[in-house]
Ligand binder design. Sequence first.
Ligand code: ACM
Length: 538
Amino acid sequence: MLKTLTVALAAGAVLSAQTAPAPQFNVVPLPASITAGQGEFVIAPTTPIVVDAALGAQGRQLASILGPATGFDLPVRTGASPATPHIALRLLNDSSASDEGYSLDVSPRSIQLTGRTPSGVFYGIQTLRQLLPTAIFRSARVSNVRWTVPAVSIDDAPRFSWRGGHLDVSRHFMPKEFVKKYIDLLALHKMNRFHWHLTDDQGWRLEIKQYPKLTDVGAWRAQTLIGKYVTQPAPSQFDGRRHGGFYTQDDAREIVAYAAERFVTVVPEIEMPGHSQEVVAAYPEFGSTDEPVEVRQTWAVSPYLLNADPATITFMQNVLAEVVTIFPSPWIHVGGDEAVKTQWEASPRIQARIKELGLEGEDELQSWFIQQMDTFLTSKGRRLIGWDEILEGGLAENATVMSWRGIKGALAAAGSGHDAVLAPTSTTYFDYYQSRDTANEPLAIGGFLPLDKVYLWEPMPAELPAESQRHILGVQGQLWTEYLPDPKAVEYMAFPRMSALAEVAWTPGERRQLPDFLARLAVHLQRLGILDVNFRPQ
Ligand code: ACM
């Protein structure tokens, strides 16, 4: 990658020597439209930020973004713009403008940032931040920097409404402060969904008041596999250290509020009926065999499934009833992936249940299970979202599909009038290796997903009829943490691939050019470095 980047920069240098030097706006993701102007705006210690009454929070956000590095305590006030140089944040009453869009006009006299909603203004602030010298990202005063913004006119709006980043906190628990940092990084990239994978075989991570054993038992595993998971020979090397942790409901509410200030919706995931070994460890009565089991210490797919008794359905609905009081998200994720059906096939009780419900087999039973959650969530005014296996055996009425095994699931969902999010392994699984030289990379789950492959992905399936394209809500990057033991490991895998995906999600497809992205990325990585992000060097 280093070579590619050097070549790209050299090519850019040759071009700009031959043509008029165009200012380089190193904004990631690239805005929909940028026109360079003449001159620059200089931010001075007394430059006022004037805002519409509804934008007080955004005015304060901007002042607090500009404050630490400049050392300026910029005044924020509501009302009319003064004749002197100023920054103005305005709301536009124009129902034709994209909800999340904004326009940013910078001249030597003023910076005018206008959005139709506060989220649009927030995204304009993210752009403005990136038009300043990178030192603006420092958290303490930097002297000898002129805080200038080049004159420019930007009109911008996102391509997709779902611009997601996922984080698995089950396989390895991630501290609350890192979850906030991850949300900050998503927001910096104008991403707006945080898919929080809160439960899995290796640990349940959310306090549920009615079922305390979910965290007393389910949040802790006795030890963790060392090295790569293989079945031959059977796993034998473990670290001997208890691992776990969970978020209290107040912790989760704090995260939700933190995300909301950054226009990020937190979509919680509660896995069912598979990826549930930790639930069975805590409450064996909801499992499908009579064997006791511990919270899982190895990776790969566990055979432990929930059963489909009425008491189990009630249990999961009670869990979701608490979940919806914590997470205002319109979508609640119920997992549904990789529920291998061996225990259901072998269980006379489950087989009797299939008959009793008049179903055809195990796939239909899973569909029935998910349908019970769909009905429940719909009654709470929410929408169920699940991995694409929820299509097997029939898709629940109001479900949205997250397509991970390629995009077939998204095509099937969109074709039948359901919404879908694209999360295919081939371009969005950031737990895959970033280089073929795996010996010089940290141990990963496998695969190969280099930065350019993420960037060059055209997500809208060509085979999808135009009238169904609106069902493709957007794209999402996945961070599964079997082999990512801590925040630094997550950052290494997430960046800069998430930066590339942010551009896939935000920027019009025809505007994306790999060499241009790599040139902007070189500057963007300086920002990430200042923010103490352990990105993979390019
Ligand atoms: C998945 O990767 N099992 C959704």
